[in-house]
Structures are given as structure tokens and as C-alpha cells.
Design a protein around this ligand. Structure first.
Ligand SMILES: Cc1ncc(COP(=O)(O)O)c(C=O)c1O
Length: 417
């Protein structure tokens, strides 16, 4: 008789872990207030005085110690707005990590600049600073470190490189709301930072985005780009720069006000629970939580990242292991399947696609993204097991089922061969 759930045996866990997205009376109250107020639109410049969006920006900025917070439609356009505000455009290169969501690269291309992809570090899964420095050319204008999974990128070193070569640093903090690096919250560690409120994220209104900065000029430009290029106090029909409508709605802001109220408590619970799990994982041969470099004081824990060693599981592939663990009732997935360079969109360029940014005359160089290799990112993509953040919001005793399920798979590994 089989034991593993994937082979028809009983599941280790039949109950749900903490459910995501989460809401309570606060979301319902703030959304109801907004609906009844008949102010559903955030205003001409996207966060007019008295709006829920203005309140959200104020509170988000306070929480992140940022002088300016600018709400927008999602994390992808937050990056695009940040790049435009920083003056990045045709002919410019922007350094990005190989391990991230496509938005980190596509935003660069959307402003007609060239993404220069570099490898990551195995034990943080964040961009490798040594590789950043090697990639700098006379065309480099910016770096976008991603605080991957909730770990902070190596910001001191990245800022040093940026200073040396006069580059703009845009933190992609889509995975790291509330993370703390060397005593400082991420979000103001570079020149400008961007966040996502898409449904899987640690604060969500289904969709949404935020930009933070301490630089008033960048903030003003972001506000302009966020709402069709308008100037404060001028007519709805006067536009100063080419842009479109990237505004957030009042109903989303109302929900995000509620989500922000519990962010701190949730981050602390997740960090406490991962400490508990780290002790348990010491007894598991072949699976290790990604350790980080020791400088992320509080991890944002959008993803709980585990390193899987198939040699300790009789050679069973990571993908097969993840299928078996899911079947046991443990939510998990493989994360990003490959370095971004492997995406079909980059193979097509080599087939002769025309136009900016890759064939832009302002750029004047040849790029072949599909031929690039990122050995560390490849290894990460082949060996990582991802547990989504909401699992970490469950009571610590529920987390024992993760360990039980892994032990069960290891004991019955023959059923997977
Ligand atoms: C690292 C990273 N950056 C940017 C984004 C884009 O955010 P959004 O989905 O809100 O556009 C995501 C979304 O998953 C992401 O993971």
C-alpha cells in the first residue's frame, strides 16, 4: 500500500493554512465608507487632499520613513514611472537581476532603455554586487536591485557602486514590504523604491502599486507621470509630459489602509515563525531555508525560500518533490522557472524583431540576451522550493505539518522513483 498522498495515500494535512488574501472588519468598514462617500476617484493628480489615497500615501510614507509616497495602479507601472522620473530613456542601460518577475525588465524596455541582466547570489537570491560592477559601461544609468522574496539586496555595496559611477538606484521592493536592512526599512535605501499590491503580495487590494522616495524632485515627477502629465492647480486638460493614467482608485486605497494597519504585526509573526521553522529544519537532511547574508534584520517574507538537495532524496528532482509536497497538503511551488533571459520574448529579438529598445540608434550596440548564461540563477531555479508567505501566518504548531510532510516523503522516497 502506498503512503505518499501523490500515490493515493493519506495527506499529511487536510486543513487550510492561513488563507490569503486576508481581510477583516476594517477592510469592510473602510470600503463601505468610501462607497457611501461617493468619492471613488482619487483626484486630478491621483491623490488629492482629503482622498483615501492621500491618507494612504501619508501613512505608507510614515511607516516606511519616506518623505514621499506616490500611489499608482500596480508594481509594474511603479517601476516605469520611477525610471521615467529618473530620466532613463533611449540609449541607456539599466542593470537588473536574472531572478525576478518580468516587470523588473519590461519596465526598462517600456521606457526604451536596455536591461542588462546580471547573476544573483545563491544564499540570498538577490542581485550579485560583483556582477553589477562588472556590467557597468559608459551607458549605464541605473541599477534595479530586487529585494527577492523579502531578503534585502546588498544595499551598502550597491549604493557605493552607484555613487562611484553616478547611477540611480531603484529598489524593486515588490517582495519586501516592511523588510529591515541593517536597522533601516527598505524603501528609502536607494534613490527611489517601488512596491506592488497585487493579490499574492504581503499587502494587497487585488492590484495596486506605490513609489517611495526622499527626493522631492523625483516625487514631483512621479506625481506628474502618474496622472497624465498634469501640474498641480492647473486644468484637467493641460498636460506637460507624455504619460497616461496610472492612478489607484479610492476603493483600493481604502482596502490598503486596512492592510497597512496589520503589516507590522504580520511581518513580526512571519519572522518569529521562520525562526521556529529554522530550528526544525536543522533536523531535515537535504532541505535548508535560504540563509541570507545576515544583514536583513526583518525579512519581508513574501516567499519562504528553501534550498533542496536532490542527492538527499535519492535523486528525485525538485519538481517531483514539489508535486509530492503539494499533494501532502502543503502549499508550495517552484518559483521562477528560469533566468529571465530564457523567456520567449528574448529569443524572438534574435529572430530579427525591429525597433527600440534593442535596435535603437541611440543605443548603437548589439545585444543578444538569449545567449547569456546565469549559472547561479539557473541553480537557484532548479533547487528552490517556495512556500508562499501566508503559510507563515498560521500558528507555529500548524507549521509542524511542513516538516512532517517532508519527513514522510523522505521516508517513502522509493514511491517517487
Ligand atoms: C519583483 C517584482 N517586481 C515587480 C512586480 C510587478 O508588480 P505588479 O504585479 O503589481 O505589476 C512583481 C509582481 O509580481 C514582482 O514580483
Amino acid at each position: 500500500m502506498s503512503h505518499l498522498a501523490i500515490r493515493g495515500g493519506e495527506k499529511t494535512r487536510t486543513k487550510d493554512f492561513f488563507l490569503w488574501p486576508f481581510y477583516d472588519d476594517r477592510e469592510l468598514k473602510y470600503v463601505e465608507e468610501t462607497i457611501k462617500s461617493r468619492q471613488w476617484f482619487s483626484g486630478m493628480r491621483g491623490a488629492d487632499p482629503g482622498s483615501k489615497t492621500a491618507e494612504l500615501e501619508q501613512k505608507f510614507g510614515d511607516y516606511f520613513n519616506a518623505a514621499h509616497a506616490i500611489a499608482c495602479a500596480n508594481g509594474t507601472v511603479a517601476l516605469e514611472i520611477a525610471l521615467r522620473a529618473a530620466g532613463i530613456g533611449a540609449g541607456d542601460e539599466v542593470i537588473v537581476p536574472a531572478l525576478t518577475f518580468i516587470a523588473t525588465l519590461s519596465a526598462v524596455q517600456q521606457v526604451n532603455a536596455i536591461p542588462v541582466i546580471v547573476d544573483t547570489v545563491y544564499d540570498t537570491q538577490c542581485i550579485d554586487s560583483d556582477e553589477i560592477e562588472k556590467a557597468v559601461t559608459d551607458k549605464t544609468r541605473a541599477i534595479i536591485p530586487v529585494h527577492y522574496g523579502g531578503f534585502s539586496a546588498d544595499m551598502d555595496r550597491i549604493n557605493q557602486i552607484a555613487k562611484k559611477y553616478k547611477l540611480v538606484v531603484i529598489e524593486d521592493a515588490a517582495h519586501a514590504h516592511g523588510a529591515v536592512y541593517k536597522g533601516r526599512k527598505i524603501g528609502t535605501l536607494g534613490d527611489i523604491a517601488t512596491f506592488s499590491f497585487q493579490e499574492s503580495k504581503t499587502m494587497t487590494a487585488g492590484e495596486g502599486g506605490m513609489i517611495t522616495t526622499n527626493n522631492p524632485d523625483l516625487a514631483e515627477k512621479c506625481i506628474q507621470y502618474r496622472s497624465c502629465g498634469r501640474h498641480e492647480g492647473e486644468s484637467w486638460y493641460v498636460h506637460y509630459v507624455l504619460s497616461v493614467n496610472y492612478r489607484l482608485s479610492e476603493i483600493q486605497s481604502a482596502m490598503l489602509l486596512a492592510q497597512l494597519e496589520r503589516l507590522d504585526e504580520q511581518i513580526r509573526l512571519k519572522n518569529q515563525n521562520t525562526k521556529y521553522l529554522a530550528e526544525k529544519f536543522k533536523q531535515v537532511d537535504g532541505i535548508t531555508p535560504v540563509p541570507g547574508d545576515g544583514f536583513t534584520d526583518l525579512n519581508g517574507y513574501y516567499l519562504y525560500l528553501l534550498q533542496y538537495d536532490k542527492n538527499k532524496f535519492s535523486g528525485v528532482s525538485r519538481n517531483r518533490f514539489v508535486e509530492a509536497l503539494s499533494a501532502e497538503g502543503i502549499p508550495c511551488h517552484i518559483g521562477y522557472p528560469w533566468p529571465l533571459s530564457k523567456n520567449p520574448m528574448f529569443q524572438k529579438i534574435e529572430d530579427g524583431a525591429k525597433g527600440c529598445p534593442f535596435t535603437c540608434p541611440y543605443y548603437g550596440k548589439q545585444v543578444s540576451i538569449k545567449d547569456l548564461n546565469f549559472p547561479v540563477t539557473e541553480k537557484i531555479c532548479n533547487e528552490t522550493v517556495v512556500i508562499p508567505h501566508q503559510v507563515l501566518l498560521s500558528p507555529a504548531s500548524d507549521l509542524d505539518d511542513i516538516i512532517k510532510a517532508i519527513n514522510k516523503i523522505q521516508e517513502n522516497i522509493k514511491e517517487l522513483l
